[in-house]
Every structure is written in C-alpha cells, then in structure tokens.
Design a binder for this molecule. Sequence first.
Ligand code: 1GP
Length: 230
Amino acid sequence: MKPYYEWRHVFKLDPAKPLSDDALEQLAESGTDAIIIGGSGGVTEENTLDLLMRVRQYSVTCALEVSTIQALSPGFDYYLIPSVLNAAEVTWLNGLHHRALKEYGHMMPFQEVLSEGYCVLNEDSTVAQLTGANTHLDTEDVVAYARMTDQLFHMPIFYLEYSGTYGCPETVDEVNRTLEQSQLFYGGGIATPEQAEEMAASADTIVVGNVIYDDLKNALKTVGAVKTYA
Ligand code: 1GP
C-alpha cells in the first residue's frame, strides 16, 4: 500500500458509472498511486462493494471517499472523509460526520481515516449544488480555507475541488505556497497530459475523474505526464 502523502496521481472512480473490466485493468495497472472510489450521486453499498472487489484484483492502493454513510464498507486502505468548508449548511461540514461517529465511532479504524478540508469551486458541479457551496471566492478566500485546514484544524488533506471544470493554476500555486503540513489535492477537468503536468507542478496530488469515462486513452496518459514531471 502506498501512503497518501506519497500520492502524486490518483484516479477517482465513480461506483455509479459503468466501467469495463478491460478499462479497469488498464487504470489499475497504469502506475497511478491510488484509486479513490467515490461520487456525489447514485452511490450505494452494492455498487461501492462491487467496485472494491474488482479493484482488489490488483495491487493498487484503494481508498473510499465517503459521501454517504450507507455506502461505508470495510476493506479499503484508506477512508477519506470530506468536510466542505464553503458549504451553506453544516450538514456537509460536520453534520454527517457527527451522525456517523454517533453510530460507528466505537468501531471506526481511525488509523485509516483521513479528513479532507474541501473547497468547492465549480458552481455547476453536482457537489456544489448538493452542498450549496459558496463558490464566489477570490484567491484570498481560498487561501484562508487552506490555512484553516492546515494550521487551524490540522487536517491531513486540503482538496481544491473544481470537479467538471479545469481550475485556475495561479490559485493552486498560491495555495501550495500557503500549506505547510496538509497534502494539497487538486481535482477538476484534467483531460490531457498537459493539464495533468500543469497542475502537478503546484499540487501534491492530482485527481483524475471524468475523463476516464470520456476518453480513457488520454486519462491513462495523465499518469505518465505526472511521473515524468516528478
Ligand atoms: C472529482 O476532483 C475530482 O471529485 C476529479 O474531477 O471528474 O473533473 O476530473 P473531474
């Protein structure tokens, strides 16, 4: 298993989207550092477990990004728990977390749990709609959320989430310079090796999602782009 602080490139697979065995094999054997299973809609215990079993045929590190308590399943290397810092309702910041801890806190494998300070920046994304995120933020606002994650809450991961659209490299760069301890994850709209390389220049870890389903060839090329850069 590769520890999260060594991840430079990860693929995020959506359990609600179909993926052929052949495609999954290519992704798992691509040299990516980890596979994250997670999505914002249609995630169930059944489709999560099904995908976990399929990924477990390979040696790649596999994490669950928990978006619904119902889909919590054992057997992952890591459990990533997002807290949306710019959400409109506290449900997404700590409400679901409270509910989960009340029910399962006594048996949670905390050594495998990683909290993520999420900053959602694409107002059209499902996650922004779901959480009512205030995406009208300037760089100083985003940097303040990065400090909150890093210096105030001491969360291991700060996640700049542009899901579905390519973000602003200058903002990523500014955040990168601010963070001292937290690992910087960048995700959103990476569709080419060039974009992967550009974001990998500032973020510690880049997350590649949608393009897997739209253009597998280019998705696979993002791995090499990041590794060459590193
Ligand atoms: C989504 O950050 C990830 O949670 C990746 O974004 O799907 O736009 O690549 P894309």
